[in-house]
Ligand binder design. Structure first.
Ligand code: AMP
Length: 387
C-alpha cells in the first residue's frame, strides 16, 4: 500500500478495511465502492452481509491479533461497523495503519458505565446512574434513585439486550442474578416524550456536520420506525446537535458517531447512549438525504470534505425483522409492499430469518414525516399475506 502521513486524505482508489461484517458494513461498503474505493472485510463469519459486497472477505477471530495485523497490512485505513470489537484488535490494526474513529473512542463507547461516566464527567446530561456489582449495590441504588428503573449489563448491550426493567415490589436478588455475573448499570427510568438520535460526522480538521434530528419509535426495545425530521421544536433540535458536537469534540473523534437522546416530558434532553458508527436510525439517509450516513462516514475517516446532510423530503424508515418471515411462512410478499412506488426496499443478504433479527428495512418519503411513516408501515403490513 502507498505510504501516507496520518493527515493526508485517503483518496478514491485506496483500500478501506472494515472490522465487522453486518448490515452497517454492507451499506458502508456499497457507498465506498460507489466512490471508487476498494473494501476488505474482517470478521469471524463468512458469506456475511458486508463480505458479500466487499472486494475481500477475511475470516478470522478478533482475538487473533496476528491475523488482524496481516489484514491491516493489506489496507490503507481501518474503520469498524461494530463497537464490540475488542480494544486490543483496534490497537493491533493501529500499529499498521490509521484506525478511525480511534480506539480511544471505541473504548468509551463500548462499555455503558465508562460511557455514562465520561458523559457525566464532561457535563453532558444523563439520567442518574449507579454501578452495580452486588445485590447490596442494587438495594442502595433503589434507595437513592427509586423505581421504576432499568438494569443493564455494562458490555455487549444493544437493542435492549441484557436489559431489565425493575418495578416496585420486584425481586432484586433475581434481577441481580439476571446480570449473569456481569457488572451492571442501574439507570433511573426516564419518562420520555420522544426518543431522538443525532448522527454527526467530524473530520480530522474539526469540520462538523449533523444530519437533521431523527425521531425513533421502539418495539420491545428494538428500533421499529424512524421519522425525519423529528417532530420537535427547532430549539430542541438545535440543542441536541449542540450536545452532539460537544461530545464529538470531547472525544476528539474523527469519523461518524450517533448520539441517542431522550426528550423528557418536562422538555429536557438526556443522552441515552453513543454509538461510534453509523446507526439504524440513519438508514433513511440513503433515500432521503443528499449524502447518506455511510458516505459521510467514509468522507470523515478518509479526510475528504464532508457532504451535504440536507434532507430532500420528509421520510420514514421501518425495520424488517425476522418476525415478518416467520409470520409470512418464509415468503414475505415483496410485490405487495412495493406496489406503492414511493417505497424503497433494502435487504441485507441474511439467509436465516430469526425472530428479532434485522433482515432489512423499507423507506418512504412523503409531504410530512407522518405521511411517510404511514406509507412505510402500510407497506410493511402488506408483506404478510392475509390468510
Ligand atoms: P438501549 O439499548 O440503552 O438503547 O435501550 C433500548 C431502549 O430501551 C431505549 O431506546 C429506550 O426505549 C429503553 N430505555 C433504555 N434505557 C432507558 C431508561 N433509563 N429509561 C427509560 N427507557 C429506557
Amino acid at each position: 500500500m502507498f505510504a501516507s502521513s496520518p493527515t493526508d486524505p485517503i483518496l478514491p482508489g485506496a483500500t478501506i478495511g472494515v472490522l465487522g461484517s453486518g448490515q452497517l458494513g454492507r451499506m458502508f461498503t456499497i457507498a465506498a465502492r460507489r466512490l471508487g474505493y476498494r473494501v476488505h472485510i474482517f470478521s469471524p463469519d463468512s458469506d456475511t452481509p458486508a463480505g458479500q459486497v466487499g472486494d475481500v472477505e477475511r475470516v478470522g477471530a478478533y482475538e487473533d491479533l496476528d491475523a488482524v495485523r496481516e489484514f491491516a497490512r493489506g489496507v490503507d485505513l481501518v474503520t469498524f461497523e461494530f463497537e464490540n470489537v475488542p480494544s486490543a484488535t483496534s490497537q493491533a490494526a493501529a500499529e499498521v495503519v490509521p484506525v478511525r474513529p480511534a480506539g480511544s473512542v471505541l473504548h468509551v463507547a463500548q462499555q455503558r458505565l465508562r460511557e455514562k461516566t465520561f458523559l457525566a464527567d464532561h457535563g453532558f446530561p444523563v439520567t442518574p446512574f449507579r454501578r452495580i456489582q452486588s445485590v447490596d449495590d442494587l438495594t442502595a441504588a433503589v434507595r437513592d434513585l427509586g423505581l421504576p428503573a432499568m438494569l443493564k449489563t455494562t458490555s455487549f448491550g444493544y437493542d435492549g439486550k441484557g436489559q431489565q426493567r425493575l418495578t416496585p415490589g420486584g425481586d432484586l436478588g433475581a434481577a441481580f442474578a439476571g446480570l449473569g455475573g456481569a457488572e451492571g448499570v442501574f439507570e433511573a427510568f426516564v419518562d420520555f416524550e420522544r426518543e431522538i438520535s443525532v448522527i454527526a460526522a467530524r473530520g480530522a480538521d474539526g469540520s462538523f456536520e449533523a444530519f437533521p434530528v431523527f425521531e425513533n419509535e421502539h418495539r420491545h426495545q428494538i428500533l421499529d420506525v424512524t421519522l425525519a425530521p423529528a417532530r420537535i421544536p427547532a430549539t430542541v433540535a438545535a440543542e441536541a446537535v449542540r450536545i452532539t458536537r460537544g461530545i464529538l469534540e470531547s472525544l476528539d473523534a474523527v469519523g461518524l458517531i450517533t448520539v441517542e437522546l431522550f426528550l423528557t416530558r418536562d422538555h429536557r434532553l438526556l443522552v441515552n447512549e453513543l454509538a461510534p458508527r453509523t446507526h439504524n436510525s440513519g438508514h433513511l439517509t440513503l433515500d432521503a438525504c443528499v449524502t447518506c450516513q455511510f458516505e459521510q462516514q467514509l468522507r470523515a475517516v478518509c479526510g475528504l470534505p464532508l457532504g451535504s446532510v440536507e434532507l430532500r423530503r420528509p421520510a420514514a424508515m421501518a425495520n424488517l425483522l425476522g418476525d415478518i418471515w416467520v409470520a409470512a411462512g418464509g415468503r414475505p410478499d415483496w410485490g405487495a409492499a412495493l406496489a406503492d412506488p414511493a417505497i424503497k426496499l433494502h435487504l441485507y443478504g441474511k439467509t436465516e430469518a430469526r425472530v428479532g433479527r434485522k433482515m432489512g428495512h423499507l423507506t418512504a418519503t412523503g409531504r410530512t414525516p407522518e405521511e411517510a411513516a404511514q406509507r412505510v408501515r402500510a407497506a410493511r403490513d402488506r408483506l404478510i399475506p392475509k390468510r
